[in-house]
Design a protein around this ligand. Structure first.
Ligand SMILES: Nc1ncnc2c1ncn2[C@@H]1O[C@H](COP(=O)(O)OP(=O)(O)OP(=O)(O)O)[C@@H](O)[C@H]1O
Ligand SMILES: [Mg+2]
Length: 260
């Protein structure tokens, strides 16, 4: 099986801050991973590195490959992955209409534009995705006039519409109420069952579905532990990761963190 993500010895700066130094991480096609870490650990920066939003410091030994290729054309890479993140939600154009938000997934753009063409099949697919997500009645509403959770659902639709092999999710359930959160998680599980590769970054344990077995604990830009949830999800490991006493609760393959 080939690596869908292959980061080798990357050093990444955001402004003056060195977020990653000599950082390596790989994910095989069909594998899923959740990267867990406290605020500022570098989770969103890692996703930006994959989507071409930030670049590694150019060193001879550094390699950042996605879908087996160097990330030379970010637009081509973005079209092949489905991304949901806070940054995208913040930067998405507020005047875009619901249906166009979904359609923009075909071009990885922040609205649709006149020069872009959409086939009848693509429009039908966008309608089908809206129905799956229960947002078809909001198809004519502007993005800026949707609630946070509705915006999230549209962005999820945008991420799924072109049927990408890789889904990259940054705290996908934040802002969703319980019903929307559970509906979203069941959709995500369906995507996993359909063979998508999922990379999830979060600091919320409850948004890691049972199907994601591999976890990576990230702190201050370093992988402090990597392995199965069964081995790594212990009160001690999580307490050390978050510098806070944590008690873990487990039910039906799901985890929740409580104050220790
Ligand atoms: N544009 C920027 N300029 C300078 N430093 C930045 C910039 N963006 C992020 N950083 C810094 O890079 C580090 C990693 O930030 P990042 O957003 O990747 O963290 P995170 O793990 O996603 O945190 P959170 O859980 O709060 O979303 C932090 O120390 C942050 O302050
Ligand atoms: Mg973040």
């Amino acid at each position: 099986m080939s690596s869908i993500i292959d980061i080798h010895k990357a050093t990444v700066y955001r402004g003056e801050t060195c977020v990653f130094s000599d950082f390596s991480f790989a994910l095989q096609e069909g594998e899923h991973a959740a990267i867990l870490g406290p605020n500022g650990a570098g989770k969103s920066t890692l996703l930006k590195l994959l989507a071409g939003g930030v670049h590694p410091f150019p060193l001879d030994e550094t390699r950042v490959r996605i879908f087996g290729e160097e990330c030379s054309n970010v637009w081509e890479v973005r079209k092949r992955l489905g991304l949901v993140s806070h940054d995208l939600q913040r930067d998405y154009l507020i005047c875009a209409e619901g249906l166009n938000v979904i359609l923009s997934g075909f071009y990885a753009s922040n609205d649709t534009y006149e020069y872009q063409e959409f086939s009848g099949a693509q429009v039908l697919r966008a309608c089908e995705v809206m129905e799956d997500l229960g947002i078809e009645s909001l198809a004519g509403r502007r993005f800026g006039h949707l609630s946070t959770g509705e915006q999230r659902r549209f962005l999820l639709g945008r991420a799924l519409v072109h049927d990408p092999t890789l889904l990259v999710l940054d705290e996908p359930t934040s802002g969703l109420d319980l019903k929307a959160c559970f509906q979203y998680l069941s959709l995500l599980r369906a995507q996993i069952r359909r063979g998508k590769t999922v990379l999830l970054v979060t600091h919320h344990l409850h948004e890691i579905p049972p199907e994601i077995e591999r976890v990576v604990l990230l702190k201050e830009g370093q992988i402090v532990a990597e392995g199965s949830k069964a081995n790594l999800f212990t009160d001690g490991n999580l307490s050390r990761l978050f510098d806070q006493p944590v008690t873990l609760v487990r039910a039906n393959g799901w985890y929740q963190a409580l104050p220790g």
